[in-house]
Design a protein. Structure first.
Lengths: 414, 414
């Protein structure tokens, strides 16, 4: 094809949409067949407690009434969080050719057992059980994605903090079973942070096997905001303004592992390692974070007495960011799209956040028109799918075939 | 005076310089006469341990060689950290009419006993002893400042976290003894954060007595960056890049109490309460922090499911900032001065950071010329002193008298 033909072709093709932020998982009790039998008894005990905790969390951390109202008319479609046939319908409805799948959260009560879901961290959990829960989810997820590996990029849950060797073994199992994306804890609590050299063998195996590491927004020190008895029965027992603190800090907690990995030289030593930060917004956190890191890398005037903390890095923090890190921008608003050159148009990967109520589903197609109309088609295609195709190394030809059936028409950019 | 005469007068007057960030304190052993006698025995034991820890901290956290080289030619002048006659000479040399005085840090080994200095926080310290150390420093500081209360604004150390009643009693003692500025811990560890209503009586007494609350940059979770054995004997035992993480996060930890106080409604309920953030820079942290808080106050599109966390606040976060918070901008570089309209020219209070090596002393006068030349005189006068005069309610006439003898000539703005 000549260049002109290629441009004409691209412009006529339907848009390949990749959601970099979807969620799936079983209702907790249904994980039983995927949990090793030696943990069945404790799982049976954990199920009602977990459900109670999730309900409590929904009525304190979230607003149950709003969720209930939102859920009522779409009850059947929400089973796409675990039912494959519903899932396919949801993707077709939204025009999504491929999706990156994280574990689920509170809304659908379908979290992996033993705290191995989105809130994965070091707190209040028995290491052995968290591993058991994570691997149960990973087994189910591998099976779910095997329905069509071209379309479903499952993000396995890896409780890295407890045991690096076990994490390496788990990553190998994941890759052997078709999962080459993983999520590790955003907060390390009393464990060593991610600049510790003990994690090097883990980064090494991820780099070698082309495994993409993910951090998903959500974890934060909730008891500091909401009070030590969080989650409380009654929202009125919360400390005042707690949610304001949470939404003002949660992005910082998401970016924090990268602050440690960049300064710790992780990307210097593992130059092909890939990391994605998901649902942490774009304009609020990313530009000032990069500016500050780069400033500390280049400015020596005021910090001479602090010694050398730069010479082990051959590149600036923003250069590591450009090479090693990508942004799962989720339901990016028009305001952020218009500032895309501040972020880097190659660094924003849209996501629907299905099945969460703050996501674009089930109004994704009208969201596309509202947010993307009038922008250059090349930029729009990048943000909606091409960036993710490149970053995850997806099968573009196969996805074009799917997009040609269900994808949005490029006229959405008119 | 007519307005024209007043302008001519102002332009001819020497500049009133107020340093919003100076440090003073005794070498630890010398605090003994200020410590209650029942703690003398344990102080005798603590002195050599503290000195060893400070030396260890200097050789790991800081670069001892650089500090040594810096100290060598100015050994005598550095005793101004506790010697009043040297202090007066230092202020005259720098052209400083008045100063805000924090406890000292590592450089001069003159920290209050029992962890009651700049690193004041909840960690690894016996509450009773920390109170004993804080009150010892406060007694000495009150005496030191009484040499000339017009010029010396001492910041008392108040370990608020342990005991709110005791903190209120201490604040009353401070005010009775001429100290109407206090410093409270930047980090609360396992204690309740500052949105907890248990602190309301403390805010109330500070508001009533016109006591200004300070947070000074420095505290951060060092063991996360440097390793659990921090401070280590040998800098090469540190985890890689630890200092990069520290300098990239320390401002966030400084601003964090304000995130909690604003959302918690502290400034809503105590509208005359005044807070100062000292040595946390200006352009890197402040504008994005305010932008994010205001966004979370106004944007409801994506957070409906999170409930109401705004209606208890009658103003936006940036409006509370404008009314209740000020910035001790310390050795502000020219770059930040040029962006003064981004910060608010009324919100920047310069400080020399004497006697710290990253400060402008003993080159303050040449720093003034380099950084302030060519800027409008009115803006320059605000940043160098008038903002602090207004905020702390200082005796302007008396300070003009002092400035007329030692202050810089307004030609520095030419």
């Amino acid at each position: 094809m000549s260049e002109i033909e290629s441009q004409a072709r691209q412009s006529a093709d339907r848009v390949i949409v990749v959601s970099s932020d979807c969620h799936a998982g079983l209702p907790i009790a249904h994980y039983k067949p995927y949990v090793e039998s030696k943990y069945h008894e404790i799982l049976d005990m954990a199920v009602p407690i977990t459900i109670e905790m999730l309900q409590k969390a929904e009525s304190s951390f979230l607003i149950k009434e709003i969720n209930d109202e939102w859920r009522a008319p779409i009850k059947q479609q929400l089973t796409g969080a675990w039912d494959y046939q519903e899932r396919i319908k949801m993707l077709a409805g939204d025009g999504i050719a491929a999706e990156v799948i994280f574990p689920d959260g509170i809304t659908e009560m379908n979290t992996p057992p033993f705290g191995a879901g989105l809130g994965l961290s070091s707190r209040d959990m028995d290491p052995e059980l968290q591993w058991a829960g994570a691997m149960a989810h990973n087994r189910w997820l591998a099976q779910f994605c095997s329905n069509n590996p071209v379309r479903h990029i499952g993000v396995a849950s890896i409780p890295l903090l407890w045991d690096v060797d076990k994490a390496i073994e788990a990553v190998r199992w994941c890759v052997d079973n078709g999962l080459s994306s993983v999520m590790i804890p955003t907060m390390w609590g009393e464990h060593d942070a991610y600049h510790h050299t003990k994690y090097h063998p883990f980064w090494e195996v991820c780099e070698d096997l082309g495994v993409v590491i993910h951090f998903h927004s959500g974890p934060a020190p909730h008891p500091e905001y909401f009070g030590k008895n969080f989650p409380v029965e009654d929202k009125s027992d919360e400390l005042p303004g707690a949610m304001g603190m949470y939404v003002s800090e949660v992005m910082w907690w998401l970016y924090r592992p990268l602050t440690f990995m960049i300064w710790g030289g992780v990307f210097e030593q593992f130059p092909r390692l890939k990391v994605v930060l998901t649902e942490g917004g774009t304009v609020f956190m990313l530009p000032p974070w990069l500016r500050l890191l780069d400033h500390n890398y280049t400015d020596v005037q005021f910090s001479a007495k602090l010694g050398d903390f730069r010479s082990h890095l051959s590149m600036s923090p923003s250069e590591y960011f450009a090479r090693n890190i990508n942004i799962g921008a989720s339901c990016i608003p028009r305001r952020d799209i218009e500032l895309r050159n501040l972020i880097g148009v190659d660094k924003m990967m849209w996501g629907s956040d299905y099945p969460h109520p703050e996501g674009t589903w089930p109004n994704t197609r009208s969201y596309f028109s509202e947010v993307f109309s009038g922008m250059p088609e090349a930029d729009g295609r990048k943000i909606l799918g091409e960036n993710a195709v490149d970053w995850y190394g997806l099968d573009r030809a196969a996805l074009q075939g799917i997009a040609d059936e269900i994808g949005p028409d490029p006229s959405l950019f008119d």
